[in-house]
Design a protein around this ligand. Structure first.
Ligand code: NAP
Length: 484
């Protein structure tokens, strides 16, 4: 049976993927002669299409701005000559000025490329308004996420996604096909009611990063302030010690590892909290509180921020010896040693300590780098569920353990000396260890067989009696699966 989907959606169907349509094939129209129109026209011509650009005043438009094969004409003429598809490349405020073209646009597919002007969520999207103004045409939303520059440059990486939506299946399919031919990856996001989200997409500023970045920044402020108080301000007020030179590098470098390890612990803490909720409730079918949902969704961002801080800490640490202050300190220590007649200052215990803490730090950073790489969609998508869980959970806990060991080897036994609590303030690394150690202990606790098996059962759909629907017996298989 012949269906609408069997019809060539553009007049010139390309048989081979990647081949170009016949230059004598369909004419694609563009209303408006601005930046977007110029880039789109160039891209269409480069892909082998014929293009007519309709302007209010074609004589005024610099024809050199368009490729030679593009025809500039009046808006009415462009609407008339376009075979089926017409891009509306004018701002939505000017849609009403096109009402005079209703006759010529009848039966044509209008592609609305406009973006929202703000994130104020108006009642109607631009595309819905265009559809209301031109009920005899079918409106498709799309291409708005591409900048004029990206359009001109082309989709070099081949994975530039272009969301497209419309209430008319055939028209949408035609635009999806065109996007594919221009080298983009079109994504069908449904009906025209999705247009508002599509229009706002280019305006949203890192939507999932706000809270994790704020949290990391607040942690940085806290630890930096604590270090400033403990190492710089109090010694200055108390004994007139001038350590202010430490502010730009040493203090930052003492702050970064504390932020990195606490942020990494915050990646794994919500998983433990979620497990505790499920164990306590005896079901996985009850929603987590909103704050926990939100926290669970921010784990990837927190992990990447932790990696950033750890990476910066590594670079800062390598630069410590390049400082003039480090040179002077070394010379002064050597001079003091000569003066006091010490020939060999080798302390075996300190040698072991520094080697172990450096080694744990390097390994921890390496594993964090692996976690960061696998969080890229292109890499993560290549892993199956088990591989992804092994990397993100197994290796993640390994990174956290190594980071804790790195800190413990750094602190060694100094935490037990009263001199470590200058001005009654504990060293910053001790504060930074509280949360990671809590997470590791919690993880060990949840690995106890009595809790682990119960949690596994709950995650396979088992529910305790108070949550089970009435007259619904406990599934027998659940016990068998775990040999309980
Ligand atoms: P533009 O450079 O200002 O061009 C807009 C065109 O609209 C003008 O060249 C003009 O063409 C026409 N126009 C101006 N005033 C008009 C009026 N009063 N009535 C009717 N037509 C009028 O803007 P643009 O950057 O090309 O953007 C056009 C659309 O594309 C917008 O909706 C924008 O949101 C969308 N967009 C742009 C980009 C981008 O990177 N630029 C990216 C994504 C989406 P004529 O004088 O020839 O009639």
């Amino acid at each position: 049976m012949h269906s609408a989907m069997d019809e060539p959606l553009l007049a010139a169907e390309v048989s081979e993927p990647g081949s170009r349509p016949d230059p004598g094939g369909p004419v694609i129209g563009i209303i408006g002669s601005g930046d977007f129109s110029r880039s789109l026209a160039a891209r269409l011509v480069a892909s082998g299409f014929r293009v007519v650009v309709g302007s209010r005043a074609p004589g005024r438009v610099a024809s050199a701005a368009f490729p030679a094969r593009v025809e500039l004409c009046s808006q009415g003429e462009a609407a008339q000559r376009a075979d089926r598809l017409l891009f509306v490349a004018v701002y939505p405020e000017h849609y009403h000025s096109l009402l005079g073209l209703s006759q010529q646009l009848q039966g044509k597919v209008l592609v609305d490329v406009s973006n929202a002007s703000s994130l104020s969520r108006p009642e109607q999207s631009n595309a819905e308004r265009l559809a209301q103004l031109f009920p005899q045409s079918s409106v498709v939303k799309g291409f708005n996420v591409l900048s004029a520059w990206a359009l001109q440059a082309g989709a070099h990486d081949g994975n530039r996604q272009v969301p497209i939506c419309s209430d008319e299946a055939d028209s949408k399919a035609a635009v999806l096909q065109l996007a594919r031919r221009l080298g983009f990856s079109p994504v069908d996001v449904g009906g025209l009611c999705a247009a508002r989200d599509v229009e706002e997409a280019p305006l949203v500023l890192f939507p999932s990063w706000g809270r994790p970045v704020l949290l990391t920044f607040l942690l940085f402020l806290f630890f930096y302030g604590y270090n400033f108080l403990r190492h710089i301000l109090l010694p200055f007020l108390d004994q007139g010690e001038n350590n202010f030179y430490q502010l730009p590098l040493v203090t930052v470098n003492e702050t970064l590892p504390a932020v990195a390890i606490v942020t990494l612990a915050l990646v794994y803490l919500p998983g433990l909290v979620a497990s505790v909720f499920q164990l306590a409730r005896g079901t996985k079918y009850k929603r987590f509180p909103g704050w926990l949902d939100c926290w669970l969704c921010s784990r990837k961002q927190l992990g990447l921020l932790s990696f950033l801080c750890a990476g910066l800490h590594a670079v800062y640490s390598m630069c410590l010896t390049l400082r003039s202050a480090a040179g002077y300190t070394l010379l002064n220590t050597a001079y003091q040693q000569v003066k006091t007649g010490v020939e060999n200052s080798w302390v075996e215990q300190l040698v072991w300590r520094s080697d172990l803490y450096l080694s744990c730090g390097i390994l921890g950073l390496g594993i964090l780098a692996v976690l960061a790489v696998t969080s890229l969609p292109s890499v993560g998508n290549a892993l199956n569920w088990r591989e992804f869980t092994f990397v993100q959970s197994g290796l993640g806990y390994a990174a956290l353990t190594l980071s804790v060991m790195h800190t413990l080897f750094f602190g060694w036994d100094f935490a037990f000396f009263p001199s470590a609590y200058r001005y009654h303030l504990p060293p910053v690394y001790l504060l930074a260890l509280i949360l990671p150690c809590t997470v590791l202990v919690g993880r060990v606790f949840l690995a106890l067989p009595c809790l682990m098996f119960r949690l596994a059962k709950i995650r396979r759909g088992w529910e305790c009696t108070r949550h089970r629907p009435p007259n619904h017996p406990e599934p027998e298989a659940a016990g068998d699966v775990y040999g309980l």
